[in-house]
Design a protein around this ligand. Structure first.
Ligand SMILES: [Zn+2]
Length: 140
């Protein structure tokens, strides 16, 4: 089986992991457990600092709300992206109806908005129901 590239969330070191060892792989550099999620994570104002800003793995954040139609169109695409980029990029969604702090901190004017964070900094943002290809291009 081909090894998968994963970036340690604790120290940012890229690691090569055999797929069958995904469950118990440790970072070769700092020995922290290498995390795999396989899907979109639910984020909030309360977890944002830890889950997004402190992650040494790039994080793609989806700002969405349940009433927003373009957000609904984007949802299945983000599930695919989360699966395909698992280990390299973490995908987190934040419901802007339930969480006001983070969206205002980052000036979210319309949803859906996707923001890519690296080392706690905004790298790039995409607004609207963008195609998967464009998202993958942003992730690099
Ligand atoms: Zn590490």
């Amino acid at each position: 089986m081909e090894k998968v590239l994963t970036v340690c969330e604790a120290c940012g070191t890229p690691n090569q992991v055999e797929p069958e060892r995904k469950g118990d792989a440790l970072c070769g550099s700092c020995k922290a457990p290498l995390k795999f999620y396989g899907d979109v994570l639910e984020g909030s104002d309360a977890t944002f600092q830890k889950e997004v800003l402190q992650s040494k793995r790039p994080v793609l954040v989806d700002f969405w709300a349940p009433w927003c139609m373009p957000c609904k169109m984007l949802t299945p695409i983000l599930h695919e992206v989360a699966k395909e980029a698992d280990g390299r990029v973490k995908v987190v969604k934040i419901n802007t109806d339930d969480n006001g702090g983070v969206p205002s901190q980052f000036g979210i004017m319309s949803i859906p908005t996707l923001i890519l964070f690296k080392d706690g900094e905004v790298v790039e943002r995409l607004v609207g129901a963008v195609p998967k290809k464009k998202i993958l291009e942003m992730l690099g």
